[in-house]
Design a binder for this molecule. Structure first.
Ligand code: PGA
Length: 251
């Protein structure tokens, strides 16, 4: 089963609109020949329009870093599907570990956000991953299984096919520590097995990204694993040259 790689840059709270434009101007020519990887950049909300403008006519898609489940209302600092459609963005990150750790995101809110994202036609990238103490106490599969079962509950098979899952061990995010390709592959295979239990053979079509200190020097060995179908990249996606090198090394 061949799945197109999807490699996304999560810029987190970095790059204002001017920096977004400058990065993309320096970046787009370096990746213009890549047609076998879906390339996505996820700037902060106020930089999304600059991102869409700067990527017009290129092979680069734009995603947001969050989406609220309600259509509108009294939800200070949240963002609605309609607002994101107006930009317009095509992708949304849901349930990043920083949202879970610092902002009270739960499997239940992840699931609500996911349903709204799919209803409005976005391609969601749903994050999961264990803490260091959970890995060290042998709980990785238990934690990831709870996140997948809760986060991906109640979809149709057609919806599940559109979902991208990002496995990001929390201990590997921003730390320079990367899961070994074998460690990552084990969890990716486990996640695909869970999706198969829940939704059947559509699991073979679902793309599972790895995230956590991915860079130009380690992307290739990670992408070579059978159940790793892309990457969600933080630090190494901020600079045009770094991210272009990563993408060019991926295959
Ligand atoms: P990192 O972040 O690549 O800087 O480790 C990954 C992420 O948080 O998605």
């Amino acid at each position: 089963m061949s799945r197109k790689l999807i490699i996304a840059g999560n810029w987190k709270m970095n790059h204002n609109a001017a920096a977004t434009k400058a990065m993309i101007e320096a970046f787009k020519g370096q990746v213009a020949e890549i047609d076998n990887i879906e390339i996505v950049l996820c700037p902060t909300f106020t930089s999304l329009s600059a991102g869409v403008e700067a990527t017009a006519g290129t092979n680069i898609g734009i995603g947001a870093q969050n989406i609220h489940w309600e259509e509108n209302g009294a939800y200070t600092a949240e963002i609605s599907a309609e607002m994101l459609k107006e930009v317009p963005v095509q992708y949304v990150i849901i349930g990043h570990s920083e949202r879970r750790q610092y902002f009270g995101e739960t499997d239940e809110t992840v699931n609500q956000r996911l349903h709204t994202a799919l209803k409005h036609g976005f391609i969601p990238m749903v994050c999961c991953g264990e803490l260091l103490e959970e890995r060290e106490s042998g709980k990785t599969e238990e934690v990831v299984s709870r996140q997948i079962k809760g986060g991906l509950a109640g979809l149709t098979t057609e919806q599940m096919e559109k979902v991208v899952i990002a496995y990001e061990p929390v201990w590997a995010i921003g730390t320079g520590l990367t899961a070994s390709p074998e460690q990552a592959q084990d969890v990716h295979a486990c996640i695909r097995g869970l999706v198969r239990e829940m939704y059947g053979d559509v699991a073979d079509k679902v793309r599972i990204q790895y995230g956590g200190s991915v860079k130009a020097g380690n992307v290739n060995e990670l992408m070579a694993k059978p159940d790793i179908d892309g990457a969600l990249v933080g630090g190494a996606s901020l600079k045009a040259d770094d991210f272009a090198a990563l993408l060019n090394n991926a295959l």
